[in-house]
Design a protein around this ligand. Structure first.
Ligand code: GLU
Length: 411
């Protein structure tokens, strides 16, 4: 099943419970604008390569559209469209004044030099700068991009439009970025893990966690959870998965990755296991923090964790989601679980527009407030209506976007 079809299943499940008309469903489903562009670049070896870039702007009823820019070989229009819709519901669930968008370029960033990545980013901006801006659509990092790409993005955008630090978020702190943005998605996941297990009457020290992915999201989630006394027993990255029943020393793992070009290969005091073994490990909380579609109908029956927190976007296929629901596995959905990133992007955008630096403690305090309030609202609705946390989150998101659309009128 393609990514967009999967997100529409979740959308329709909530829309059915809301008695949303077909006309309204169509209005809230079809993207406002979809762009595909050509990115020709002269590679370091002198050859010309042509890449394809996308920006999908899904909905702007609640404010300027917002969403990351992904560099990954699997990027295509369908995936970007799916991820753009998720951003619309995500910004609505945490109630920040944005719509949803997403972009991407179909490349494997690990096979490109910094010079090539810079050229690809700048050429992409050349193609889309007219439809991007602080009041229209604000990109940010996603898989395969980070602060450096956002710095190039900003610099290229400003060549056309002049000083505009708020045209992109997730920038380096030395260049209008917000302190706390880099850690924000992982920290948000950690805050919610803590809230969820407390609600279930569990203690962090007695909670074993497995985290798939040790990139920007997984590594900061691991750090936050380890600091909060959780037992992180398994972590993984492209080099494989690593297990230690007594809990992995996460500061040592972070140090190891830093000194080893970001890779966990050779991590001491752990047993190497497979990626499948990590997903199926006997843990209390499983956190998929890498690619989408990793928990499927095939492996869902073997997943033992009673709690899954979707740090990645779309890690569970709808078929697997239904099976997990029947087994009463508690799934904290992506549109709530990983919303910490876009929330601190919002704080960065506000600071850029105020020309005023909040500092890290205020950012963390406000993130905690937004994540906690959003969690409470989703939890209460799921209890009240007897629906999954995912369906409750969609009902809240769709309800807010729907009301804004109707109040604004469609003339
Ligand atoms: N790419 C992140 C996400 O999927 C962050 C988006 C943003 O900060 O605008 O939520």
């Amino acid at each position: 099943m393609k990514a967009y079809e999967a997100t529409q299943i979740y959308f329709n499940r909530a829309a059915d419970l809301m008695d949303l008309s077909d006309n309204m469903r169509r209005l809230l489903s079809i993207s406002s604008r979809e762009i595909q562009v050509q990115i020709p670049v002269e590679l370091d070896n002198g050859e010309i390569a042509t890449f394809v870039g996308y920006r999908v702007q899904h909905d702007d009823a609640r404010g300027p559209m917002k969403g990351g820019l992904r560099y990954h070989p699997a990027v295509d229009l369908d995936e970007v469209r799916a991820l753009a819709t998720l951003m619309t519901w995500k910004t609505a669930v945490v109630n920040i004044p944005y719509g949803g968008a997403k972009g991407g370029v179909a490349i494997d960033p690990r096979t490109h030099s910094p010079r090539e990545l810079e050229l690809i980013t700048r050429k992409f901006v050349d193609q889309i700068h007219d439809v991007i801006g602080p009041d229209t659509d604000i990109p940010a990092p996603d898989m395969g991009t980070g602060a450096q790409e956002m710095a190039w993005f900003l610099n290229q955008y400003e060549k056309y439009h002049g000083y505009s630090p708020a045209c992109v978020t997730g920038k380096p702190v030395e260049l209008h970025g917000a302190e706390g943005r880099e850690e924000a998605t992982g920290r948000g996941v950690g805050i919610l893990a803590f809230k969820l297990i407390s609600r279930l009457g569990r203690k962090p020290a007695k909670t074993r966690v497995a985290i798939q992915g040790f990139g920007n999201v997984g590594s900061f989630a691991a750090a936050f959870l380890a600091e909060s006394d959780f037992k992180v027993v398994a972590i993984s990255d492209i080099s494989g998965a690593y297990f230690r029943a007594e809990g992995i020393d996460i500061s040592a793992a972070l140090r190891h990755a830093r000194e080893n070009r970001g890779v966990l290969e050779g991590l001491a005091a752990t047993e190497k296991i497979t990626n499948a073994e990590l997903l199926e490990a006997d843990v209390d909380v499983l956190i998929p923090a890498a690619l989408g579609g990793v928990i499927t109908e095939e492996n869902a029956p073997r997943i033992k964790a009673p709690i899954i927190i979707e740090a990645a976007n779309g890690p569970i296929t709808p078929g697997a989601d239904a099976m997990l629901h029947d087994r009463e596995t508690l799934v904290l959905p992506d549109i709530l679980a990983n919303a910490g990133g876009v929330t601190v992007s919002y704080f960065e955008w506000v600071q850029n527009r105020q020309h005023y630096n909040w500092g890290i403690s205020r950012v963390r305090q406000e993130l905690d407030r937004v994540m906690s309030e959003s969690f409470e609202r989703v939890w209460e609705l799921s209890q009240e209506r007897g629906v999954s946390l995912r369906t409750a989150a969609y009902i809240i998101g769709i309800g807010r976007v729907g009301r804004a659309t109707v109040l604004g009128g469609i003339r």
